[in-house]
Design a protein. Structure first.
Length: 106
């Protein structure tokens, strides 16, 4: 998995992600306007849309036709994210990680 972002100062940062902790570190270290995430050769855009209560484990939610479905998964390892995306194909997801809510879209 690969993540990149351009900061408000125009600097491009990128990193290979192999754990939930590394993803969280990247999001906390580089406050970009939006992030590009490549999972299994599929590009996604990751945009922070809000805040939530601090989570012990990140959670991903599948959204279809403007409403969230009951399909959600707590993420304990990074492969959980890859698994969820492969089992629930779509264009829009929400990722709640630490205290941030992110829209994950193709």
């Amino acid at each position: 998995m690969f993540i990149s972002c351009r900061t408000q100062y125009g600097t491009l940062h990128s990193h290979e992600i192999n754990s939930i902790e590394r993803l969280l570190d990247f999001l906390n270290c580089y406050s970009g306007l939006d992030y590009k995430l490549q999972i299994n050769q599929i590009p996604y855009q990751l945009i922070q849309t809000g805040r939530c209560q601090k989570r012990e484990y990140p959670k991903i939610i599948f959204q279809k036709s403007d409403h969230a479905l009951a399909n959600e998964l707590s993420l304990t390892v990074i492969s959980d994210l890859e698994y969820f995306l492969s089992q629930h194909p779509g264009n829009l997801y929400y990722l709640e990680i630490d205290t941030g809510v992110y829209k994950l879209s193709k």
